[in-house]
Design a protein around this ligand. Structure first.
Ligand SMILES: [Fe+2]
Length: 321
């Protein structure tokens, strides 16, 4: 394909710049209340024709974002993938987007909340989610948005994410296989601790797991809720896919992650730590201990970086105030 021939003009698609009025999401309150952060469930949205998701606009966004916020690689990869072996295409981000129909790639634009237009859209969507989530997991914070653009047939390897997530399908179709994050036959406490400590998100997938999957076929206009740390893998349909992931954290999700982070360190020195949620006392010691150490470390570093008041005068031979 000629790189000037953009593939975004799909049949029947007419991007609109009209102001967004009314709710953007359609949520069934009983379904949300019964399943939020416990089981995946579908919602509906009204972003399919939004001009922000037309490929030329996404190319412009990719130009504005810092390179560190663009992750992309070949899309024809196995479900179980060692992240150090991820194959790359050699294309630039812009060229990948221009040729997305044919270049067999997978791309994510991260932290799009840093862009005013995309950030405004993210916050509008999450404001609507918060109407329902606040009673179940209060004090939404750490709002982040991600846009996934991928070629026909691309695979997102088996992995987990640390946030509450709603994946809104904008264009093309996806099949998402999700797994129960509390099933320790699938997902060990050690794997959860490693992810909390910053190890790459990918997990090892065994074919035998698939029988336990909840599989959702996502099409434009629908969104899927991913409970925190629910393992999943995704396969695109036969068209280019564009998805908008709206995510957030809460004090409760952050607390759990910190406890697992501490457990990771304890396991490395030979302990067998108690998983979060089993002992209020141990959880509190780990959580507040971690925060106290972090705070002490912060002040030590700051004092090292910024000489104490009067230091410069003293070394210059002047009297201290
Ligand atoms: Fe994910």
């Amino acid at each position: 394909m000629n790189s000037t021939t953009l593939s975004y003009e799909r049949p029947g698609f007419a991007p609109t710049e009209e102001p967004r009025t009314g709710p953007l999401l359609e949520i069934d309150p009983p379904t949300f209340h019964a399943n939020f952060n416990r089981k995946p469930f579908l919602i509906k949205h009204r972003l399919v024709a939004d001009a922000l998701f037309a490929l030329p606009r996404l190319i412009e966004l990719a130009k504005r974002l810092p390179p560190a916020l663009i992750e992309y690689n070949a899309g024809d990869i196995p479900v179980s993938l060692n992240p150090t072996l991820t194959p790359h295409t050699g294309l630039s981000p812009q060229e990948t987007l221009r040729r997305i129909e044919e270049c067999r790639s997978w791309m994510v634009l991260k932290n799009i909340e840093q862009d005013p237009q995309y950030g405004a859209l993210l916050h509008r969507c999450l404001d609507e989610i918060q109407t329902y989530s606040e009673a179940l997991d209060p004090h939404m914070r750490g709002r982040e948005g991600f846009i996934f653009i991928s070629s026909p047939g691309s695979i997102t390897p088996y992995h987990l994410d640390p946030e509450h997530n709603f994946l809104l399908q904008i264009r093309g179709a996806k099949s998402a296989a999700l797994f129960d994050p509390s099933d320790r036959a699938l997902l060990s406490e050690q794997e959860l601790e490693q992810r909390a400590a910053g190890v790459h998100r990918n997990l090892v997938f065994k074919e035998s797991y698939q029988a336990k999957a909840a599989v959702f076929d996502l099409t434009p206009g629908y969104g899927l809720h991913f409970p925190v740390t629910a393992p999943h893998w995704i396969k695109n349909g036969n068209e280019v896919s564009v998805s908008f992931s709206i995510t957030f954290r809460t004090p409760a999700t952050e607390r759990r992650a910190i406890i697992r982070r501490v457990n990771h360190d304890l396991r490395r020195i030979g302990w067998t730590p108690t998983p979060p949620g089993q002992s209020a006392l141990r959880d509190a010691v780990k959580y507040y201990g971690f925060r106290a150490l972090r705070r002490a470390d912060y002040y030590l570093r700051r004092n090292r970086a910024t000489p104490a008041k009067g230091y410069k005068k003293a070394v210059a031979g002047e009297a201290e105030d």
